[in-house]
Design a protein. Structure first.
Length: 267
């Protein structure tokens, strides 16, 4: 004869005893509802864990997207720099062609009566070629304006900071600042951000800018020559963190990297 099994109760009673003088009371709950509540809580925990894992995956994808976006931005900027370098190279080639064509009108090397005359003509041609090149490059940026060290270079690739459209050259206060090429003073005065500032206009679409000077030594519309002292290096203006020259070079209305045109050694 099978053993007798007691039937499970359909309800579960909870006895609640208050802290005060109130009488204890009983709270009665169906056993099935407890099972449903337990299953519901377990489902909530599973959903929370699943949601946390999903959020982490989405966050990783977003970080990868931002990283790829920044790398793509830098790649585009690098390609733009390469294109600018190609244009600058073409510009140099064009000027070399102009130099050679202009010299053809000065010297004609014909068959000489003796070797001494031929050698003399070749030497004259070389001297005139050198003189012509020096004359042209007096009017384009080609002179280091300050004897110092480069504190910050030309930057246009930063996503979260302002671009730095020039070259910072650190040196002691009062160091002479020289013109990078022959030109005319477009501006010589004070600006809030750059302090005492000078802007020179040169030939072939070039403009040079000199900021944070301690004192300007040239006036507006004054003509200056390559290597002439135009200011004294300083630390003026709001956007500066120490004595230095902020040099910008613009060509045809666009900023270019000064390192492309200036020698980084003493002259």
């Amino acid at each position: 004869m099978p053993a007798y099994r007691e039937k499970e109760p359909r309800y579960i009673n909870f006895l609640i005893v208050p802290d005060g003088k109130e009488e204890p009371y009983t709270y009665r709950v169906r056993r099935g509802w407890l099972y449903v509540a337990g299953a519901f809580l377990a489902l909530i925990v599973v959903l929370i864990v699943f949601g946390a894992l999903s959020y982490w995956k989405v966050a990783e994808v977003a970080l990868d997207y931002n990283r790829l976006k920044e790398e793509n931005f830098k790649l585009v900027k690098s390609l733009q720099k390469i294109e600018k370098l190609k244009k600058d190279l073409e510009w140099v080639k064009q000027y070399e062609t102009q130099i050679r064509s202009s010299l053809n009108g000065y010297v004609t090397i014909e068959e000489a009566a003796d070797n001494d005359t031929l050698v003399s003509q070749k030497l004259d041609f070389a001297r005139m070629s050198s003189l012509r090149k020096r004359t042209i490059f007096n009017y384009v940026p080609s002179y280091m304006p300050v004897d110092g060290f480069m504190a910050r270079g030309f930057e246009t690739t930063a996503l979260f900071t302002d671009p730095h459209l020039g070259l910072d050259i650190a040196a002691p206060t009062g160091t002479p600042v020289k013109a990078v090429a022959n030109g005319v003073v477009l501006f010589s005065g004070w600006t809030d951000a750059g302090g005492y500032t000078i802007i020179l206009e040169h030939d072939y679409g070039f403009i040079s800018v000199y900021k944070h000077n301690e004192r300007n030594l040239v006036n507006k519309l004054e003509r200056v020559t390559r290597g002439q002292v135009i200011a004294l290096l300083g630390n003026t203006g709001k956007i500066t963190s120490g004595p230095h020259l902020h040099l910008e070079i613009w060509k045809n209305g666009l900023p270019v990297d000064p390192v492309r045109y200036l020698p980084l050694t003493k002259q």
